[in-house]
Design a protein around this ligand. Structure first.
Ligand code: SF4
Length: 93
């Protein structure tokens, strides 16, 4: 089977780590990309650099989108004033 989509091919090469909340993708100064498992700091059963592709893992947890509170600039919007939607969400001071 040929996977032409680079994202899909990459995910198949990496396995579960590519969508795991505990994975960290790094690139060395020499341009070598590698994956780290952040669970290794709390549980020694995991390997800092998992052998890829990871097909099964008891520590796997699907990555959840990180939400951050809006900055003051985002609250104000492009016009520089707070809009009614921001104030109704409790962002008004
Ligand atoms: S917990 Fe498992 S799937 Fe998640 S980053 Fe570590 S080795 Fe990869």
């Amino acid at each position: 089977m040929v996977h032409r989509d680079p994202v899909e091919r990459h995910n198949l090469e990496v396995g579960l780590c590519s969508i795991c909340d505990h994975a960290s993708h790094k690139v060395s100064v020499k341009g070598v990309a590698y994956w780290c498992c952040c669970r290794v700091s709390s549980e020694t059963v995991f390997r800092r650099y998992p052998t890829l592709p990871v097909e099964k893992c008891v520590g796997f947890e699907i990555k959840t989108p990180k939400t951050t509170p809006p900055t003051a600039r985002q609250e104000r919007g492009p016009s520089g004033t707070r809009d009614a939607a921001s104030e109704s969400k409790g962002f008004a001071r």
